[in-house]
Design a protein around this ligand. Sequence first.
Ligand code: PBG
Length: 333
Amino acid sequence: MTVPPLAPYPATRLRRLRQADWTRRLVRETEVRPSDLIWSMVVHEGEGCVPVASMPGVERLSVKEAAKAAVRARDLGIPAIAIFPHIDPSRKDATGSIAADPDGVIPRAVKAMKDAAPEVGIMCDVALDPFTDHGHDGVVENGKILNDATIERLIEQGLMQAAAGADILAPSDMMDGRIGRLRGALEADGWQDTMIMSYAAKYASAFYGPYRDAIGSAKLSAGQGDKKSYQMDPANTEEAIREVALDIAEGADMVMVKPGLPYLDILRRLVDEFRMPTYAFQVSGEYAMIKAAGANGWIDEERAILESLAAFKRAGAAGIITYFAPWAAQKLG
Ligand code: PBG
């Protein structure tokens, strides 16, 4: 007599729940919605739309076009737009002196966008690099990026952005202590409702390459050719915890990890550790890679975009700053 083998456990078959679209939808743990997206957008001083060569599908928008885009964001259910300026090289200098100009392209865009679609949140980058001829995020002296002198400039810039109507200020410079100083300045000036999203764990990354093309920021000159003295070492994770703890203590309302996909482990750790609204920035290089591979037929571009956005949600992101926002919102809405 042959004895049938004893099943070690009941017949668990995980594929049962994967057999049809309806079961897959029923058990799905995370879902990306248009309300998870912050549209990363470049604005320029000229007229019309100018394509960015290294980021197919992304254009620099004039103030007028940015206002139209804000209406589009509202219609698509995108809650917020992050704007970055392209500045004419002839107007840049060593200290980025026009960074806090109240008539600059950023405050003009903020006003136009808030007039056109007041329901859409506008986030501004607090940083000097679009305005400096050397491309660094800070004031440079003898090859050194000065921390405290830079903060003074960032405060001027941030207050100007708040006065223009920006809802969220997002310092991306990585100077020490800037969140606390900016928070204090906002409170003192009557901008207590202006939010701060700190680029808290921002790494010195190769994935920002196409952004330089998009905003026309200077190639960093020889000898000071990288941002490693202020942005984080990609090898570090404990340090990200210290950065974020400080920014929260200094008054950040939201924190960000940047770049996105290569740093999902950092995102998950920060969410688990602090339970703060934590955002991922899917940066220019991540965008360009997906577009380039898609254009070559090497990956299914649409699926790759949606999969990458889902990965951020799965890793715990409260939202994703991405150049794909309008396309994705349309697809998901
Ligand atoms: C700098 C800044 C950068 C980006 C946003 N703000 C570039 C850098 O830190 O060198 C990158 C955005 C992107 O790559 O999409 N203040």
